[in-house]
Design a protein around this ligand. Sequence first.
Ligand SMILES: Cc1cc2nc3c(=O)[nH]c(=O)nc-3n(C[C@H](O)[C@H](O)[C@H](O)COP(=O)(O)O)c2cc1C
Length: 174
Amino acid sequence: MNGVSLYRSTRGATKQYARWLAEETGCPAMPLREVKKDQLRSAGCVIIGCPIHAGRPAATGWIRKHWQLLADRPVILFTTSGAPPDLPALKEGFAASLPEHIRPRIEYYPLGGRMIMRQLKLTHRLLMRIGQMVEKDPDAKAGMVLDIDNVDRTGIAPILDHIRSLEQSSNGQA
Ligand SMILES: Cc1cc2nc3c(=O)[nH]c(=O)nc-3n(C[C@H](O)[C@H](O)[C@H](O)COP(=O)(O)O)c2cc1C
């Protein structure tokens, strides 16, 4: 597939998935901030990966800003999070962070993330502590300061299935 696998990643979990996707699809992986407009214009498919920060995908600002370049091609967003990928709040956060004209045009896949507290920089550790103080759900509250590693290559399988279906439909049209 002619595409790009873009990522924003602070501690490497999202970057790892972007690289696995690049290996499987042949779409080069690169940081979101380094992609050139021409690369977006010529991409058949754009895969974007980012962490969840404060309940929202961290790349939705970038997506809104660049939507004109993305709008006429398939866009796949995946996120990594401390929360388990099947938590309904992740899809709610995705829905709340993008406007109605963009949201239905993006295929969204939450994936398992990694958060090792001692590896976070001080400001991020403080943010997590503040988040824990305001969190009302006792289970979520306890989980916010525990180490988590749910990064798993098999998580990309549904994304690969989706890309294969895109390839099949574009071959059918050719
Ligand atoms: C400042 C900060 C805020 C975070 N907020 C959330 C959150 O609201 N919900 C969640 O599930 N995970 C949250 N996380 C965990 C990250 O989404 C998770 O560790 C992710 O896999 C990190 O990806 P990366 O290694 O590519 O940066 C947060 C992490 C940091 C550092």
